[in-house]
Design a protein around this ligand. Structure first.
Ligand code: GDP
Length: 485
């Protein structure tokens, strides 16, 4: 018989118009090819320039990544306690902070930074994060080898002497004339502490003169709790490149997230089983993500009322009719709307499900309510817990409409993957128990950077960038925050 099993390379469609590399073996990470079949096509065009940039990055990562002689050489220099003046490869090492949503936002931001500054992105993978994501770069790894000499997350804090801000303070480096500083005179690595501090992004490094200085270090370590990608758009030297990569700025996390994050087959199994069992055959999917933060507790009744007000005002679910009403024959009768609830608690699910169990809808539509898990407690350091969290972020991202709690990075990731503008359930003012406005529609599918950088940098004069840059505005849920749109 004729051999017809020619090797099949995934089609352009499967590779999301070239966003994904064709160099992977499909079976090793099924979600890479299958996940997007559960979503509508991306509403945001992909720039060929970004595609080109990603392929170039992949080649660079393969050339310099763990296991290569270039990597070994760079590690040797790091261990020798000096910065190399002539390194062929430069690195940025990401360390984790906070929960999964925060981590995904900072990994994407760090990757964008790596693309802009020609660095190889390596990730310190803590046990709770092991086995969540597939490798994103073909023929190499983004996992920081355990033998990395500065592997202690405890040493990464705002007061660390290796932090760039402290190096400046202690005159270890200068940023007034970066060109005059020989790279070989610098310490072996620099630490960037990009964290929310007094409602601002600490360390203030999004300026040309600082970036020129930082570019001289072969090794950089980053720890951040913030989606700092918008801050890169505010750094003058990156503006032109970013404009080519992202003609539509609302799609930064959408594209980078869909490029980088692919659940491993194990986590994908959870996603796929759930989706096929409960969501695959419905007419519309509506996601509710309810997140209660320990620093701003909200009573269950108040949160539930607010959610229901939002649902009514925005007409997210069909209205209830009288129980004795005859079966309806409107055009929508018999259509199934699925409500997918992500929350640590089961109360919202119980009540909403009960409502549509006891009463019919006026239109005759069917409302089916689901919640994959209710873990009760958030556990940053449990691997199993994180697998479920990741699965739920993905399930939410298959919804046609999303309503989410203010401030939640978990929700930000889900709606950005989906490429939809969510309804955000606003947080009550600090001295109130309830929010007067139930929810507002986001103007963008981008996540919010909760704490803006101080833009005037050394000048110390604070400016509101939302008033001067046409592509950033303040977030609906975090008034001083910034988001691209
Ligand atoms: P944020 O705190 O809302 O910004 O989101 P993060 O993802 O950074 O941290 C919250 C963590 O709590 C998540 O990573 C999960 O571990 C857990 N969590 C919060 N809400 C949910 C939920 O609806 N489902 C699951 N499975 N976990 C959740």
């Amino acid at each position: 018989a004729r051999n017809v099993s020619a090797p099949t390379s995934p089609s352009q469609d499967k590779l999301l118009g070239g966003l994904l590399s064709a160099a992977f073996d499909e079976s090793s990470c099924q979600s890479r090819y299958k996940s997007n079949l559960y979503r509508k096509p991306s509403p945001f065009p992909l720039s060929p320039y970004l595609v080109q940039k990603l392929r170039k990055y992949e080649a660079y990562h393969k050339k310099c990544g763990p296991g290569t002689k270039r990597y070994r050489r760079a590690i040797k220099q790091l261990k020798a306690g000096r910065n190399a003046g002539d390194s062929e490869c430069k690195y940025v090492v990401w360390f984790p902070c906070n929960g999964l949503g925060n981590r995904m936002l900072t990994i994407a931001s760090t990757f964008l930074y790596a693309l802009l500054t020609d660095r190889v992105l390596l990730m310190h993978v803590a046990p709770e994060q092991e086995g969540l994501f597939c490798e994103p770069f073909p023929g190499s790894s983004w996992v920081l080898p355990g033998s990395f000499p500065h592997n202690n997350p405890q040493k990464l804090h705002i007061g660390a002497p290796e932090s760039y801000a402290n190096m400046l303070k202690n005159s270890v480096v200068r940023n007034d004339d970066p060109a005059s500083v020989p790279a070989s005179s610098l310490p072996p690595y620099v630490y960037l502490h990009v964290e929310q501090f007094q409602l601002k992004l600490s360390d203030n490094v999004f300026c040309d003169e600082d970036q020129a200085m930082l570019g001289k270090f072969t090794w950089m370590i980053i720890k951040s709790d913030s989606y700092f990608a918008p801050a890169l758009f505010l750094t003058p030297m990156f503006e032109e490149e970013l404009a080519k990569m992202f003609p539509k700025k609302e799609a930064v996390f959408h594209h980078l997230g869909r490029y980088l994050f692919h659940p491993t087959n194990r986590v994908w199994g959870i996603v796929r089983r759930y989706y096929e069992a409960y969501l695959a055959r419905v007419d519309e999917k509506i996601g509710f993500q309810i997140r209660i933060f320990p620093e701003k507790p909200i009573k269950f009744e108040n949160m539930y009322d607010q959610l229901m007000r939002c649902v009514r005002e925005q007409r997210l679910l069909p209205e209830l009719g009288a129980a004795e009403q005859p079966t309806n024959t409107t055009a929508d009768a018999g259509k199934v709307k699925a409500v997918l609830i992500a929350s640590l608690y089961s109360g919202y699910y119980e009540k909403i499900r009960g409502m549509y169990y006891e009463s019919p809808t006026k239109s005759g539509e069917i409302v089916a309510v689901f919640q994959p898990s209710h873990e009760e407690q958030q556990q940053y350091t449990s691997n199993e817990h994180n697998q479920k969290a990741l699965a739920e972020i993905y399930l939410l991202s298959y919804c046609d409409k999303i309503t989410m709690s203010a401030w939640s990075t978990f929700g930000y990731v889900a709606y950005s993957f989906a490429g939809v503008k969510p309804w955000i359930l606003l947080r009550p003012d600090w001295n109130k128990e309830t929010s007067e406005v139930a929810c507002v529609r986001s103007t963008s599918a981008e996540p919010c950077l909760h704490s803006p950088p101080i833009l005037s940098c050394r000048a110390k004069r604070d400016v509101d960038v939302a008033t001067i840059k046409p592509y950033v505005r303040h977030c609906e849920d975090v008034g001083f925050g910034l988001k691209l749109f």
